[in-house]
Design a protein around this ligand. Sequence first.
Ligand code: FE2
Ligand code: FE2
Length: 183
Amino acid sequence: MVSPGRKKAELAASIDAALFREPLDLLYAEHYRQRIICNTLDAACGKRPVALSRAELRSIVEYLTIDLPLHIADEEEALFPLLEARCTEEDSAGDVIELLRAEHAADQALMAEAVAPLRAMAGGRTAVIADTARAHIRAMAEAQRRHLAWENSVVLPLAKRRLTDSDLVDLGRAMAQRRGITV
Ligand SMILES: [Fe+2]
Ligand SMILES: [Fe+2]
């Protein structure tokens, strides 16, 4: 499995720094990737499970343990504070952001339960996902999908309306720096 440090170095080498000039598009793209992974995990844990290769499992585990925490930090440490500073009372953003922060915290336990069996399969220590693990993985995927639906339908459209050009520069820079990229 790739270490967080090596993964960060790979990201820095592979991502075009210009992408960080459109940070909201990057967040939408990240949500799209998240949804694909949730769908793949559902298919792998459904009634007629679709088999995943060890390489696929490894890349899903890397996503869940390295990329997703970076994405959550982008939201908690950069996007949400900017929204809180810019939104007006009529936007009612406070309650949604509070809900999403609470979900980020609550999802950590669900994520740990889901990642453990996937990691075991990726490492070749087991060839099957036990029923309880399947239930955890499906619950995690469902929670992620619900969460990103809120972000796509409420938070990112609000960010498009309220963040200034200078906010977007700050957001893009913070996201790039988190991945060891200078813009
Ligand atoms: Fe989030
Ligand atoms: Fe998100």
